[in-house]
Write a protein that binds this ligand. Structure first.
Ligand code: PMP
Ligand code: GLN
Length: 384
């Protein structure tokens, strides 16, 4: 977690957002929407503040939000979740992930992630003292390599971290791919921690399959999600984790000493939002067309893109434009084109084979207004 000179390393998202602010470039780096979620959800939070819900919420979350999470999982996926013992409300998915890893993995354990991985997964493994074992996705189409996953398992494998829809690639794992993960987890007797924050942001005919719905997996799976992406309220940091009571109890024990409890007035507002299936459906449809706009623009500018099936993100390869190093490209892009992106190497272990293989790739977000994306695409055309 420390930079080589001993200073505290900033996340790549903070670093690139600061670069966008400094340079005045369009920020297609950090993934956050430039249009807020629904007004009625904001009004519900204001009403909760006015109603005096301003002191500590219960440590495991307000009952109506735990019930709303359980209802959501039943309605969308047929999962049977007990809101009293199997759900924990957290400060964003980030806290759910970190508390889960700290609770269940430690020195001597190995934690597998797919590489590239979301940065906080690796940071949490490092904080836990466990050994991080990254398993590369295939480099051509950025999908699960089941043989590589199987080869990474050892008697010390404690946990497999999955993220679908996947940041930074936009890959949505198919049921068949998830069955391969599940088979490996069962054989290794490993816990699965699945990060499903983009569960509703899937495009075309891709479908989100929660790992916990696969046969025999509910008992060994912790499922993490958050309202940030689903309701375009990333700053509210209302997340949750659910799973079998014994695992959730362990996570709750750690969460007590990370934050004790999470933002009280936001919780009833998100409980109300979780009954709304239309807002995320409309967001996914509009994101799919914004994805097309950005992918077409990147291709026209000379990038090679792997069209994503979900999330906020697309990965583009700058090699054909003569940019072999994505990190370098991201630092030059504000000056060359007035746009900010994030290098894919930031989602890889420093110096890993995957980092090398994906060296010329950069990640752009398309969760911006259409006019902003049109402006960005126009600027990127300068590179061609
Ligand atoms: N996991 C993934 C894959 C993410 O992309 C993000 C946020 N961008 C998070 C977790 C964190 O979610 P939250 O803001 O709810 O903590
Ligand atoms: N998850 C967002 C992204 O991938 C950013 C969140 C953050 O800044 N930590 O861009």
């Amino acid at each position: 977690l420390l930079a080589p000179d001993g200073s505290v390393a900033q996340t790549i998202f903070a670093e690139m957002t600061a670069l966008a602010v400094r340079s005045g470039a369009i920020n297609l780096g950090q993934g956050f929407p430039d249009v807020d979620g629904p007004g009625y959800v904001k009004e519900a939070a204001k009403a909760a503040i006015d109603a005096g819900r301003n002191q500590y919420a219960p440590g495991d979350g307000v009952p109506e939000l735990r019930r709303a999470v359980a209802d959501h999982q039943r309605r969308h996926y047929g999962l049977d979740v007990d809101p009293d013992t199997e759900v924990l409300v957290t400060t964003g998915a980030t806290e759910a992930l970190t508390a889960s890893i700290l609770a269940l993995a430690g020195p001597g354990d190995e934690v597998i992630t797919l590489e590239p991985f979301y940065d906080s997964h690796a940071a949490a493994v490092a904080m836990s003292g466990a050994t991080h074992v990254p398993v590369p996705l295939t480099t051509d189409d950025l999908r699960l390599d089941a043989d590589a996953l199987r080869a990474a398992v050892s008697p010390r494998t404690r946990m497999i971290v999955v993220n679908t829809p996947h940041n930074p690639t936009g890959t949505v794992l198919t049921r068949a791919e998830l069955e391969q993960v599940a088979a490996v987890a069962r054989e290794a007797d490993a816990i699965v921690l699945t990060d499903e924050v983009y569960e509703h942001l899937v495009f075309d005919d891709a479908a989100h399959v929660p790992l916990a719905t696969l046969p025999g997996m509910a008992d060994r799976t912790l499922t993490v999600s958050s309202s940030g992406k689903t309701f375009s309220l990333t700053g509210w940091k209302v997340g949750w984790v659910h799973g079998p009571a014994h695992l959730v109890t362990a996570v709750r024990t750690v969460k007590q000493f990370l934050s004790y409890s999470s933002g009280a007035p936001f919780q009833p507002a998100i409980a109300a939002a979780l009954a709304d299936d239309e807002t995320p459906r409309a967001l996914a449809a509009s994101l799919a067309s914004r994805r097309d706009l950005l992918c077409d623009g990147l291709a026209a500018a000379g990038f090679d893109v792997v069209v994503p099936q979900g999330t906020y993100f697309v990965i583009a390869d700058g090699a054909r434009l003569g940019f072999d190093d994505g990190h370098d490209l991201c630092y030059r892009l504000p000056e060359l084109a007035g746009v900010v992106a994030v290098p894919v190497s930031a989602f890889c272990r420093a110096g890993s084979a995957t980092s090398d293989a994906l060296r010329s790739r950069v990640r752009f977000t398309f969760v911006k207004r259409e006019d902003v994306l049109r402006d960005a695409v126009g600027r990127l055309a300068r590179l061609a």
